[in-house]
Design a protein around this ligand. Structure first.
Ligand code: CS2
Length: 463
């Protein structure tokens, strides 16, 4: 078969692959129920995958339109394929591929603004969901909305215009479903959008609060950036059809959702999602144990010359620090739900990190540390300080991050990269901790270091 043929409705009909599972529901008959902002690899391997299987199990009308806030890259990958893409799960035992039919189209918001607004206002739309990464929420260091960042290219601009139209035509409210790695992600989204509306459309605020909900969610699946070699291997699985939107992930996935929807929702619980009254214990465990360990692996691993997570976690110098961070620092800071077993969770995490088939790059995790470490490390530090306990593993990781953001070794990909490098130049090692985390510092933080902690961290810095 011609190698340049793309995966798509027509090519799939002519060349149905033997080695991949495929949706069987009547895709064209499904109406659009979900508008998703930030349609990157994570959404495709997680929420789109759950929604696809919910429709496979008989639920109807939950097709997804993806929206990219900036780049047309994903639109170029997916639209020539009519939104079709594959999810491949990989572990040491092998790989399995499924063709996902849930996504219909991808819009690029700055160029298709009217379409985005119309979709938010459409009567068939019930859910607006988000994976726009931590920085997409435009928070200032004090946690409030940063109006300098939340301009016309931010998600808030499109949301407020779409909700305004929805209100004006008299349709029901919506569920706004945040699927990013923030603590209390639903409540944060509600608050930040509330701040935006208060400024830009105060008359809409009451309608938004009374008619829309923002459930919190805990989302978990490790999704490395897809590489050209991955795409070549998927083309082999698809008997030569190329999937430019392919995603590779682990077999594990978890989605815990606060059951607080403004209207209808897919029966995600029939395909493995957990609907609960309170997401907080799951979210805290995931952010502090998994993501906290991930960030530590990233900065310690890069310094030690590793490229991938599975290499860093196997390093005998790094492994004990990660173990300690997960079991002795993060886990005790969490009040677990009755059915949560944090020991088993810790074991499972270490096994997931060791997956040799994922090739999850440390540099991918190292990105945007200023937006990630508050909920991954600093809340844990604040918890232990209140008990007069130290956190040597998190301090070790924090010191590695401080060395990383000086920018002298690996590239620093972070919205605060320049400001943090300037702080290093201005105050040096002795002042960097308080410049970043002290009152009025650059980083949003529950943890403001004491003079003693600053001295201790200086020792950990070993500069
Ligand atoms: C990672 C997460 O890149 C990162 O910062 O820690 O994307 C992590 O892989 C996911 O949250 C796992 O669910």
């Amino acid at each position: 078969m011609n190698n340049s043929l793309r995966l798509g409705i027509d090519t799939l009909a002519v060349f149905p692959p033997d080695e991949a599972e495929c949706f069987t529901y009547d895709r064209a008959a499904q109406t659009i129920g979900i508008i998703h902002f930030g349609i990157g690899a994570f959404h495709r391997a997680h929420m789109a995958w759950y929604t696809d299987r919910a429709m496979e199990a008989g639920d109807q009308n939950w097709a997804i339109i993806g929206v990219s806030l900036r780049s047309a890259e994903v639109a170029h990958q997916m639209n020539p394929q009519q939104g079709l893409f594959t999810v491949t799960t990989r572990n040491a035992d092998g790989a399995q591929t499924r063709i996902i039919g849930a996504v219909r189209d991808v819009l690029v918001a700055p160029y298709e603004t009217d379409d985005v607004i119309a979709l938010i206002a459409a009567p068939t739309t019930h859910i607006i969901s988000f994976t726009i990464t931590e920085k997409g929420y435009c928070r200032a260091a004090n946690g409030a909305l940063d109006f300098a960042l939340a301009g016309d290219s931010s998600v808030y601009h499109y949301l407020s215009a779409g909700l305004r139209r929805r209100h004006d035509v008299g349709h029901t409210g919506l569920t706004l479903l945040c699927c990013d790695n923030l603590a209390n992600n639903g409540a944060q989204l509600a608050r930040l959008l509330g701040e935006y509306l208060t400024h830009h459309d105060p008359a809409l605020l009451g309608w938004f609060s009374e008619n829309c909900t923002c459930p919190s969610t805990m989302v978990d699946r490790i999704v490395p950036a897809t590489t050209p070699a991955d795409r070549d291997s998927i083309a082999e699985t698809l008997d030569g059809l190329r999937d430019e939107a392919a995603v590779i992930t682990e077999t594990f996935s978890q989605w815990v959702i606060e059951d607080n929807f403004a209207g209808p929702r897919p029966a995600w619980e029939n395909v493995g999602a957990q609907m609960v009254a309170d997401v907080a214990p799951y979210e805290e465990a995931k952010l502090r144990m998994l993501n906290g360990a991930h960030s530590a692996l990233a900065y310690l691993g890069l310094e030690a010359g590793h490229k991938y997570v599975h290499q860093a976690v196997a390093d005998p110098k790094i492994r004990p620090i990660i173990d300690q961070l997960i079991r002795q620092e993060a886990a005790p800071s969490i009040t677990a739900a009755p059915e949560q077993d944090l020991n088993a969770y810790a074991d499972a995490l270490l096994a997931r990190f060791a997956n040799p088939a994922l090739n999850h790059q440390l540099i991918q995790i190292a990105m945007d540390g200023s937006q990630k470490i508050p909920q991954r490390w600093l809340t844990t530090l604040a918890y232990h300080r209140a008990q007069n306990q130290s956190c040597p593993a998190i301090f070790t990781a924090l010191a590695a991050w401080l060395r990383h953001i000086r920018g002298q070794t690996d590239p620093v990909n972070d919205p605060l990269a320049n400001a943090m490098q300037q702080a290093w130049l201005d105050v040096g090692a002795a002042g960097i901790t308080s410049a970043l985390f002290g009152y009025g510092g650059l980083i949003a933080s529950d943890w403001q270091p004491t003079a003693q902690e600053c001295t201790t961290l200086l020792e950990y810095l070993r500069l």
